[in-house]
Write a protein that binds this ligand. Structure first.
Ligand SMILES: C[S@@+](CC[C@H](N)C(=O)[O-])C[C@H]1O[C@@H](n2cnc3c(N)ncnc32)[C@H](O)[C@@H]1O
Length: 272
């Protein structure tokens, strides 16, 4: 059954309310494709039926499921390699020097999707910074989607996923083949933990991180939400902390973030 144009306005509002994600009307077709699984699970025949169920609320769980199903989870290991190179070669050595008394480093992969970003950080630390083995390392991955969070925690990837960005020697060293899939080695897994969190909800950062990856998620938010999320990140980072955004994203908050343009990549320094 084809949904009438009227049907999309309401689910668009639901998605915005529950995830802060804007669905442009030109991409309404995504509702049809991305909500198929949810319709099946709920025994529903059509999007119109789902919209009626949403309208007849209260259905907080159903609303959240719709918002989660509409997220774009595109990611890969070592995405934007130059960013990881610059972190490894220049930023981390300085940060490690600054933290030699506390011997503790915290990373936040905010909007971690299926976990490749968090595991890339962990593999990089194990491979290039053996001196950190006695340090307290915490890599937190958070995402709106419960399904992504449980996939991340499982740390199992298909061939198509490990073929994207993962150096062959890392595959051999840090993943273990299990049937048709490859699983992240327990030594790497234990550096990482994953939680479901909505970046648009306040008090999202109860504690401090040294490095925040907030990449390729703000593109889905309206300007006001971007501003709020960037304030949260500002609170989460100390003066020598590091923020990475996606390469097409910018904070546009000159009072809070200094743009650090390097030949390889760009990162952002909190201004105090
Ligand atoms: C395109 S992926 C980016 C993944 C990774 N950061 C990267 O750059 O490869 C965007 C992720 O943001 C998550 N997301 C969208 N809205 C969110 C929100 N309000 N709070 C937390 N995560 C959100 C989605 O579930 C999705 O996994």
């Amino acid at each position: 059954m084809t949904a009438s144009p009227l049907d999309y306005e309401y689910p668009r509002t639901i998605v915005m309310r529950n995830s802060g994600n804007q669905v442009d009307p030109s991409r309404d077709y995504l509702f049809e494709s991305r909500l198929q699984g949810l319709l099946r699970n709920r025994g529903m025949q059509s999007l119109s039926q789902l919209v009626s169920a949403l309208r007849s609320g209260p259905g907080a769980a159903l609303e959240r499921s719709v918002a989660e199903a509409m997220t774009i989870n595109e990611t890969s290991f070592f995405r934007d390699t130059a960013t990881f190179d610059y972190l490894r070669e220049t930023l981390l050595p300085a940060l490690i020097e600054n933290r030699r008394d506390t011997r503790s480093l915290r990373f936040w992969s905010a909007a971690s999707s299926s976990g490749q970003e968090a595991y890339s950080i962990a593999m990089m630390l194990r491979e290039h910074f053996p001196l950190l083995s006695g340090w307290r390392i915490d890599i937190l991955g958070t995402d709106l989607s419960a399904e992504m969070v449980s996939r991340s925690a499982a740390g199992r990837y298909q061939r198509i996923e490990i073929n994207r960005g993962l150096p062959a020697r890392f595959l051999v060293k840090y993943l273990v083949r299990t049937g048709d899939e490859w699983e992240i080695h327990p030594d790497i897994k234990r550096l990482c933990r994953f939680q479901q969190r909505n970046l648009c909800q306040p008090a999202i950062a109860p504690d401090k991180f040294d490095v925040v990856f907030l990449r390729n998620v703000m593109i889905y938010f309206p300007q006001e939400t971007r501003h709020q999320v960037l304030l949260t990140m500002h609170r989460a980072l100390p003066p020598d902390g590091i923020l990475f955004l996606g390469l097409s994203e910018q904070p546009r908050m000159d009072s809070h973030w200094q743009t650090m343009l390097t030949p390889k990549t760009v990162w952002y320094k909190p201004i105090r």
